[in-house]
Write a protein that binds this ligand. Structure first.
Ligand SMILES: Cc1cc2nc3c(=O)[nH]c(=O)nc-3n(C[C@H](O)[C@H](O)[C@H](O)COP(=O)(O)O)c2cc1C
Length: 332
């Protein structure tokens, strides 16, 4: 099918569903609520093992809604007042279709066909001014940064620590070509302004870090810990190493995604994110992390050394929503 015809077809589908592309996580939550697939929990819930336990049980139900914990126990008076979303997609094909900007009841094979087509239509991101970026509503830098103010969850009893960004978008720049990679990689809390970044061998961010270190240079990194779930879906796929995932996300949306230039790094970050950290990884700076309860249903081995991120800025919207992915056995 010719390119123009395909774009016209995706516009027709959108018009027939009467919806604009999803703007941000809050818009996604609103739409999932309208589908009847969201539970909001107002009572304080512990982010240490309790949220993950509830999510584990919920993921096995049918239907299996997404769950928004409005209050984390012990963090009610934290200045950041973060909320947490879990079971984001769960086993729901309707939420997957919605996230991929297709009508929720699209039959599965048709959904696959449409998304395959859309992934061929890459759309570069659009940079917006800082004062138009919701993620810059609040900014902390230097001594103001204290990640302990955030309810960063512990998922499983034997996890080596508390994990942020299990459903996140980590942004790094290829030191040679300059393209921006967006990957979904977990981060373990290592101190008030430090997190470890876990990367399996061959992952794009790991290749970027290795090449920067081979030159004796630090490398900047940004991570959005509360995102439109499309960034997680795109960030967890393997694409060509010289094309930014931002372009694939734009292709799925049918319009450019909004990005904004960082404050302490030169990276472009999702402008509508709920909470973003910026930081730098010094040459050969590593710290052990893990183990972590993994998606096959058992713990991975502790990693000897993962790149250590010194956090230089935290940006967030009021009452930010952190996105979490529980790693567990089926159907997680
Ligand atoms: C929820 C979720 C969490 C993930 N966490 C990690 C992780 O911590 N480290 C990792 O290397 N890969 C992780 N992955 C897999 C990567 O996101 C995936 O391999 C992706 O292709 C990596 O992007 P890249 O090809 O740009 O390196 C995760 C995937 C999902 C869906």
């Amino acid at each position: 099918m010719a390119k123009l015809e395909k774009i016209a077809k995706s516009e027709q589908v959108r018009e027939s569903s009467g919806k604009r592309p999803i703007e941000d996580l809050r818009d996604w939550i609103q739409r999932v609520g309208e589908l009847g697939e969201l539970i909001r929990i107002e009572q304080p819930v512990d982010c240490v093992e309790e949220m993950s336990a509830i999510t584990y049980l919920l993921a096995k139900q049918s239907p299996s809604p997404a769950v928004l914990f409005e209050k984390a126990k012990g963090y009610e008076n934290s200045p950041i007042a973060a909320r947490l979303l879990w079971n984001i997609l769960g086993p729901s094909l309707r939420r997957i279709a919605l996230t991929l900007e297709e009508p929720p009841d699209t039959p599965t094979v048709e959904l696959i066909r449409r998304v395959k087509d859309k992934l061929k239509e890459r759309v570069p991101p659009r940079e917006v001014a800082r004062n138009q970026a919701p993620c810059f509503e609040h900014t902390l830098t230097g001594e103001e940064i204290d990640l302990n103010q955030l309810p960063i969850p512990k998922h499983w009893p034997l996890d080596g620590g508390r994990y942020a960004g299990t459903a996140d978008a980590v942004i790094t720049r290829d030191p040679d070509t300059g393209y921006l990679n967006v990957g979904t990689y977990r981060m373990m809390l290592q101190g008030k302004n430090q997190v470890g970044l876990y990367l399996s061998p061959g992952k794009d961010a790991r290749l970027h870090i290795t090449r920067a270190w081979q030159r004796g240079e630090p490398i900047d990194v940004a991570a959005a810990w509360g995102i439109d779930p499309l960034f997680m879906v795109i960030g967890s796929q393997t694409f060509a190493k010289n094309v930014s995932e931002y372009e694939y996300a734009g292709g799925v949306k049918g319009e450019p995604v909004s990005v904004v230039r960082g404050v302490t790094t030169d990276l472009l970050i999702p402008a509508n994110a709920e909470l973003v950290i910026e930081g730098t990884i010094r040459p050969n700076s590593v710290k052990s992390e893990g183990p972590f309860g993994e998606f096959p249903g058992y713990y991975g081995r502790p990693e000897a050394g993962c790149p250590l991120v010194d956090v230089t800025a935290v940006h967030y919207r009021s009452k930010p929503i952190l996105t979490n992915a529980l790693m567990a056995d089926y159907p997680s």
